[in-house]
Ligand binder design. Structure first.
Ligand code: MN3
Length: 196
């Protein structure tokens, strides 16, 4: 059975950028619900329990119809959020270095060019969804809890949750303020570690 992952930092560790209230609600309620509903769906299709989550998400069309939507939404939610917590750190922010920095500069001119493009695409997500940096340095978005590996793409290097539940308590309807704040906590070491 899937379990809620433990954070490597306290709920309050991201300080003014992402408040303790948001972190607690987002992790202990929203993510927990994805875990619970994913487990419940797998109870309805026990043969799938032996397969890794990635294998289910990359092969949704082949799954039994009665659990397909639940695994897409709640399995996707669990997959995305398990990464999202690691993409943030109290020691985050600043700029990446090394090969990742070089690739971003090659694609976007400079680091700020990348930030501007990623921010613009995050703000353009209509309703709930995610914005992703892919290993080829492209930026893509997905609706709801869809994740790039569902579309046959590689696993993303970085992702940003732009569901209102990720920011409404602190930022109300101002997604742009949330995205600007989020850059201050991005864990570039973890992002770089995902490059093959
Ligand atoms: Mn979320």
């Amino acid at each position: 059975m899937y379990q809620l992952p433990t954070l490597s930092y306290d709920y309050g560790a991201l300080g003014k950028y992402i408040s303790s209230d948001i972190m607690q609600l987002h992790h202990s309620k929203h993510h927990q619900t994805y875990v619970d509903k994913l487990n419940s769906a797998l109870d309805d299709a026990p043969s799938l329990k032996e397969r890794p989550l990635e294998s289910l998400l990359t092969d949704l069309d082949s799954l039994p119809e009665n659990v397909q939507t639940a695994i897409r939404n709640h399995g996707g939610g669990h997959y995305n959020h398990s990464l999202f917590w690691q993409w943030m750190s109290p020691d985050g922010g600043g700029e990446p270095t090394g090969e990742l920095a070089n690739k971003l500069v090659a694609q976007y001119g400079d680091f700020q060019g990348f930030v501007n493009e990623f921010t613009a695409k995050s703000l353009a997500v209509f309703g709930s969804g995610w914005c992703w940096l892919m290993p080829d340095m492209s930026i893509v978005t997905t609706p709801n809890q869809d994740t790039p590996i569902m579309q046959g793409l590689d696993a993303p290097l970085l992702g940003l949750d732009v569901w209102e539940h990720a920011y409404y308590l602190d930022y109300k309807n101002k997604r742009d303020d949330y995205v600007q704040a989020w850059w201050n906590v991005v864990n570039w070491e973890f992002v770089a570690s995902r490059m093959s």
